[in-house]
Design a protein around this ligand. Structure first.
Ligand code: NAD
Ligand code: TYD
Length: 356
């Protein structure tokens, strides 16, 4: 079996759903259920015998040690993190705690467990750390995309905390020989994305008749990847990646924020025209820029394509229109997230399980 951490978040839940679709191998999900963790994302598999949820944090050494000892996973895939740049600007402390201290705790627990394994199990074991392209900092318009050897130049408390955990992962491979894999992915989008990030926020605000706030001049560039392609890349790295290596993952799809918002508005104009026939783009407003806002991210994904044969399958046009449609078809998911009601779901669900 494999152990996934942070599997109730956006990418982790997409990963677990995809894993159970494509594999027979069981998966355990260790998640602390912060505001970003939503077990409703996993309703489709919650009674699948191959899936088990464990409520708890990667910073809890005893729990991590007990879980590893009891379940003996052949791999750990670490998604658990604080992930929103704007939140890291307002309150960096949580990011330092989760992305550095708690992640250190997980890596150390995994090392101890790995060292206790018989030789073949040690050779087969993998610790895959899901990182981000943001650790590389910001690119000028004409600069080539980030390769795996680009210098680390993190600019936000979020990216600095992720960079820190990347360094620990690297050190644990170099010093102890822990078979680590690190992935650096560009911005994801798709189903179950918490509506505080650009794409879901714009879809949800547009439908609710609220302003669509673009930071600064809106010409910042991000390199977008459909979340299911990110999941398939992680599975590829897990099965064929070389221990100690890092792999960039990206969709070769650079867009300005302004372009993204305009495209979302155009899709909504088609799919859910306003009763008065006016375009959603009228709701766009320009607001004060994010402090220290990175201008451009772009990923060079040559290595993963050449060495592991992974390429993204979903074009941006198709991925974005599927995403817009997903939000249109899941208004209850959105309203439960917005009202905070999704957090009650866990109590209800476990009460029900206890009665059975
Ligand atoms: P998310 O914020 O949606 O989910 C994070 C999950 O981690 C939540 O379920 C949360 O409850 C859980 N969590 C937080 N602290 C925890 C702890 N101490 N112990 C256990 N669980 C904990 O994040 P996401 O967007 O799904 O991102 C997942 C990973 O991918 C992160 O490491 C992030 O840095 C990385 N990443 C994200 C993107 C993106 O575009 N979203 C791009 C590249 C890399
Ligand atoms: P975000 O989804 O927060 O991802 P990240 O900062 O990790 O790239 O933001 C994507 C881009 O969209 C980023 O350049 C900031 C911008 N943005 C806005 O212009 N308005 C918004 O309301 C948000 C949330 C983001």
């Amino acid at each position: 079996m494999i152990l996934v951490t942070g599997g109730a978040g956006f990418i982790g839940s997409n990963f677990i759903l995809a894993w159970l679709r494509d594999h027979d191998e069981p998966v355990i999900n260790l998640d602390k259920l912060t505001y970003a963790g939503n077990l409703e994302n996993l309703v489709a598999v919650c009674e699948d015998p191959r899936y088990r949820f464990v409520l708890g944090g990667i910073g809890d050494s005893e729990l991590v040690a007990r879980l590893l000892e009891a379940t003996k996973p052949r791999a750990v895939v670490n998604f658990a993190a604080e992930s929103h740049v704007d939140r890291s600007i307002r309150g960096p402390a949580n990011f330092i705690q989760t992305n550095i201290s708690d992640t250190f705790n997980l890596i150390e627990g995994v090392r101890k467990h790995w060292e206790s394994l018989p030789e073949q199990a040690r050779l087969d074991f993998r610790f895959l750390h899901v990182s981000t392209d943001e650790v590389f900092g910001s690119l000028s318009d004409a600069a080539p995309a980030f390769t795996e050897t680009h210098p680390y130049q993190p600019n936000s408390p979020y990216s600095a905390s992720k960079a820190s955990s990347d360094h620990l992962v690297r050190a644990y491979h170099h010093t102890y020989g822990l078979p680590t894999l690190t992935t650096h992915c560009s911005n994801n989008y798709g189903p179950y994305h918490f509506p505080e990030k650009l794409i879901p926020l714009m879809i949800v605000n547009a439908l609710q008749g609220r302003p669509l706030p673009i930071y600064g001049d809106g010409k910042q560039v991000r390199d977008w990847l459909y979340v299911r392609d990110h999941c398939s890349a992680i599975m590829t790295v897990l099965s064929r990646g070389k221990p100690g290596e890092t792999y960039n993952i990206g969709g070769n799809c650079e867009r300005t924020n302004h372009e993204i918002v305009v495209e979302i508005c155009a899709l909504l104009d088609q799919e859910r025209p306003k009763p008065d026939g006016r375009p959603y783009a009228e709701q766009i407003i320009y607001v004060t820029d994010r402090a220290g806002h990175d201008r451009r991210y772009a990923i060079d994904a040559t290595k993963i394509r050449r060495e592991l044969g992974w390429v993204p399958e979903t074009s941006f046009d198709r991925g974005l229109s599927e995403t817009v449609r997903w939000y249109l078809e899941h208004p209850e998911w959105v309203s439960r997230v917005q009202s905070g009601a999704y957090r009650e779901w866990i109590n209800l669900h476990y009460q029900k399980l206890e009665r059975q």
